[in-house]
Structures are given as structure tokens and as C-alpha cells.
Design a protein. Structure first.
Length: 129
């Protein structure tokens, strides 16, 4: 916790991805950078966690078992309480980059990605908020 105070970052980020190894590596990286992180491998838990955690940014996988991140994003953007939370969609699917705008997401990052690229895109979107 001291890392967060020392670096001066108090932003909260929710990561939603059904790949546990991605959740682990991204959350460790973001925590090392001083962010407060919450994760879930289940897309259907997104809304409940958002209500409780109220993140400053959501990193959301598009293709998860049982849920489509684009639909989750559309629902978040329709809700008065969550519509202003920046959403970055992530996916390894080749056509996902073309469709992310339709969901209302602010940004897109193709998997696999460099962690430095992820940090840059997060900083860029949090600073707009």
C-alpha cells in the first residue's frame, strides 16, 4: 500500500479477463506502478464490482467465456453512474480493433501487448477523466 502513497497515484483500475495469467501479470504490474487494482475472471461479475469498487478505469477483455466485453461496455456506457468511466477493451481477436468503437469504449489494445504500451494507454485515458 505504501507504493500507492509514495508514487502519488490513487487511481483504481478494474481488470476483467477470463485468463488468470493475464489477470495476475497485469495486476502485479499496475500495483507496482501504484494503482489500486481489482480483478475478476467472470464478465458477469463486472457490474457488481464496478458498483462496489467504482474504478477510475476498466480494462475489459472482449472474448470471455459466456460474456462479450463489448456488450458489457455498452451496458456500462448506458448507465448514468458508470458512463464516464473510461473502458479499454483488450483482445487477441484480429477483427476486434475494428469493432471496439461501437461499444462505446475509449480505447483498444491488441493482445499480446507490451506492458509499457498498456501503461501508456492507461495513463492517457485516466488523465482525460
Amino acid at each position: 500500500m505504501m507504493k500507492n502513497v509514495k508514487k502519488g497515484k490513487t487511481h483504481k483500475i478494474l481488470i476483467v479477463d477470463d485468463d488468470e495469467s493475464i489477470l495476475d501479470s497485469i495486476s502485479m504490474t499496475l500495483e507496482d506502478e501504484g494503482y489500486f487494482v481489482s480483478t475478476t475472471p467472470k464478465g458477469e461479475e463486472t457490474y457488481k464490482i464496478v458498483d462496489e469498487f467504482m474504478p477510475d478505469l476498466i480494462l475489459l477483455d472482449i472474448l470471455m467465456s459466456g460474456k462479450d466485453g463489448r456488450e458489457i461496455c455498452k451496458n456500462l456506457k448506458k448507465d448514468e453512474n458508470t458512463k464516464n468511466i473510461p473502458v479499454i477493451l483488450i483482445s487477441a481477436h484480429p477483427s476486434a480493433a475494428e469493432s471496439y468503437h461501437q461499444s462505446g469504449a475509449e480505447d483498444f489494445l491488441a493482445k499480446p501487448f507490451e506492458l509499457s504500451s498498456l501503461l501508456t494507454i492507461i495513463e492517457s485515458n485516466i488523465s482525460k477523466k
